[in-house]
Every structure is written in C-alpha cells, then in structure tokens.
Design a binder for this molecule. Structure first.
Ligand SMILES: Cc1cc2nc3c(=O)[nH]c(=O)nc-3n(C[C@H](O)[C@H](O)[C@H](O)COP(=O)(O)O)c2cc1C
Length: 383
C-alpha cells in the first residue's frame, strides 16, 4: 500500500524512485565509510546501507552501487572495513561520498589485518571478509563475516531525509520530570547557569541523565543554552496557559464527581479556604504574592482533594502551579477582584449543588490569567 498515489489498487501502483527515496529517507541511519585495499590502492566510500545480519556468526551486509569504484575494489579484495563515523564527521562523510582521486590524502588511518584502512576518530571499526555477493538491480549486496570489531567513545553521525544530524538520546522519563519540576519551581535562579554536578548530586542521578533532560527542556523553552551552559529561562506564557488548561481538565473531572456529593463539613472547609484568599488582592495588585500563592493553592487543592483520589491529587500537584505562579507574579502584577469573585461563585455553586454553574465558573477562572495579562498589556503596555 502506498499513500503517495491516489490509486488504491495495489497491483497497478507505480511508485516513483523519487517518492520511494522521500519516504525511505524517513528511516534514520548512521553513516559509515566502507574501506578496502586492492592492488596496493586504498578505496573508500560513504555508505549508510549497512545492516547487521546475524550475531552468531557475526555477520553484516552492505549495499553498494555498481558504479562505486570501492564496490569493484571489494569484489577484488574480498575484504573491507566498516568505519562508523562520529557526529563531527560531516566533512569526512562528504569527502568519501565524492569521486576525489585520493580520498585518503592527509587522513589519519591504520590498516587492519586485511589491509583495509581504519580511519582514526571513527567510533567503531568492523573488520569484514565477504562471504557472499548478491546482485540486486543497480547494486551489489555484500554479505560478510565480521572478523573483528572495536568500539570507541563518542556519538554517531546521523543521516535523515538527505541531511546529516546528531542522534539525541531519549531522556530518562523520571529524571526529565524531576528536572522539569525543579526548573518550573525555581524562583530565584532565573537567568542563572545550572550547576550540572550539583543538580545531579541532589537528584542522585548521573550528570549525563541531567544533561539529556536539559537538552529536552531547551525545546520546551524552559532552558536556553548560553556559552556551553544551560541557563534557566523565564517560563514562557504558553507553558503557563497550558498548565492552567491542564488544571481545568482536572478540576472539571473533580466537579463532575463531587458536586452534590460532598458533606456539609467539607463545604464549610472549602468556604474557609476561599475566604482566606480574600485579603491578598487590593487595588488591583497582590498585597503579598507569596501568601496569595499559598492561600490560592490551598483552596484549589482542597477542591481536588474532594474527589478522594491520591493519584489525581499527585497529578494535580505535578503541574507545579505554585512554582509557576511564583516565577510570574509579584507585587506589581495586575490582579483584580474578579479572581476572588470567581472563588466566591465557585463555593456558592458547590453549596447550591449546581454542577452547571461550577463548570462555568471553572472555565472562566482558568482563562482569567490570560485575560488579566492581556488587559495588563492594554492598560500599562507591559510585556
Ligand atoms: C550519507 C551518504 C550515504 C551513502 N550511502 C551509500 C550506500 O549505502 N551505498 C552506495 O553505494 N553509495 C552510498 N552513498 C554514495 C557514495 O558515497 C558515492 O556514490 C561515492 O562517490 C562512491 O565513491 P566510490 O565510487 O569512490 O566508491 C552515500 C552517500 C552519502 C552522502
């Protein structure tokens, strides 16, 4: 089946070479230089069509175009070496993909037992002897025994959709979560460089895991790279608003399962937490941002607690809303009594067992930060 043609009859689909290249280019690979020595001359070609075949006996296969001089040299010598390129070998890959008369000029290499050049700096060398050759259209497929193989430290060069790149190791999920949480809740260290060793020690994980997590967080905009260091970036608005959307999803679920089902005692407690938020907004400003964050969190968290699920509560806490708020609000932040009114209306709707009203206020309240930011910009031209 193909999606590149409008024709749905598989028997009559004609996949063009270009369409095939485009699709198969999505299959990311490493990059190698295949070398051999024949008639006293060294040959080498860049190749990505290298596949491991069996591990007992160790075998691999390579596919080389019949137009490749290296392919013909391998047919003569019956041996070759696979040099796995490192991530900084883009130029070298280009050189061995060329038709230069002597691609080895000025290159550092050693020779394996068969005389094939082993490029210094490759992250792996595999010494091979051909056991079978297969002709497949424009290509020769060489199936080979791996006589020796050595690996060196370093990261591989990658090839994807006709371009070179780096392979990025997937971050460990739990380390990523912890590092992310830490960055979101870090208030005092914005714009400062992260001390990788200290963070790794404090989180009791390897520095490389913290490093990988930080690379992943760069793409989220929570961290930026500066002069080889990771610097904590101010939280982008998009992340704040997205967190409020996630909070809303949880609160809507909680409302669905709790409105009309909570005890009088719980309602009284909810009202008390609501009233405790009242004293921290005056004259369109937070009087004490830190105390507001705590009181506000206590109120909202209590609503989630009403659902009686520890897992749900943990999920809610993971959003790190107090930390996000601490990073973004201060005494000069625009904040109106609308926030407090929302709280009051929410409790009243709970008391009236009116799910529709609770849902409406929750939606309005979740959008409030966005509304206030927009109005603040309008009124005071603040970023
Ligand atoms: C990233 C990359 C991967 C390549 N993979 C292969 C391959 O697997 N097989 C092949 O025959 N040519 C491949 N080529 C093309 C050869 O490197 C190119 O044709 C080279 O000029 C052949 O050199 P030679 O004739 O000296 O052997 C690749 C080129 C690049 C840039």
């Amino acid at each position: 089946m193909t999606t590149t043609s409008g024709n749905t009859n598989p028997a009559s689909v004609q996949l063009s070479a270009q369409a095939f290249r485009d699709v198969i280019g999505r299959f990311a690979s490493g990059v190698t230089v295949i070398t051999t020595c024949s008639g006293g001359r060294n040959f080498g070609t860049t190749a990505s069509a290298v596949t491991s075949l069996t591990d007992d006996p160790p075998m691999l296969l390579i596919c080389l175009n019949k137009s490749s001089t290296s392919a013909h040299a391998i047919r003569e010598s019956g041996t070759f070496a696979v040099n796995v390129l490192a991530e900084d070998h883009v130029q070298l890959a280009g050189r061995f993909a060329s038709k230069l008369p002597d691609k080895f000029e000025g290159m550092a290499f050693e020779k394996d037992g068969n005389g094939s050049p082993l490029l210094v700096g490759a992250i792996a060398h595999l010494v091979c002897s051909v056991s079978e050759q297969v002709e497949a259209g424009t290509h020769y497929v060489f199936l080979a025994r791996v006589e020796d193989a050595v690996a060196y430290p370093g990261h591989p060069l990658a090839y994807f959709r006709g371009a070179f790149g780096r392979m990025q190791m997937a971050p460990d999920a739990s380390v990523l979560r912890e590092v992310r949480e830490r960055i979101i809740t870090t208030v005092n260290e914005v714009d400062q460089a992260i001390d990788l060793d200290r963070w790794a020690a404090e989180l009791a994980v390897g520095v490389d895991l913290v490093h990988r997590a930080l690379i992943a967080l760069v793409s989220e905009g929570l961290v930026r790279r500066e002069a080889g260091q990771f610097v904590i970036a101010p939280v982008p608005e998009s992340i704040i608003f997205e967190s409020y959307t996630a909070k809303l999803a949880i609160e809507l679920g909680v409302a669905e399962s709790t409105v009309g089902r909570v005890s009088q005692g719980q309602l009284t407690q909810l009202r008390q937490y609501m009233e405790a938020t009242f004293e921290f907004i005056k004259d369109d400003r937070f009087t004490d941002p830190e105390a507001w964050i705590q009181a506000n969190e206590r109120f909202h968290e209590y609503m989630v607690e009403l659902a009686g699920s520890k897992i749900l509560l943990d999920t809610y806490r993971r959003l790190g809303l107090p930390g996000l708020n601490a990073r973004t609000i201060n005494r000069s932040t625009y904040a109106t009594a609308e926030l407090l009114n929302d709280h009051r209306k929410l409790v009243e709707a709970y008391e009236n067992k009116d799910l529709g009203a609770v849902v409406e206020v929750l939606r309005e309240h979740a959008d409030r930060p966005r509304q206030l930011r927009a109005r603040e910009r309008e009124l005071f031209g603040r970023a």
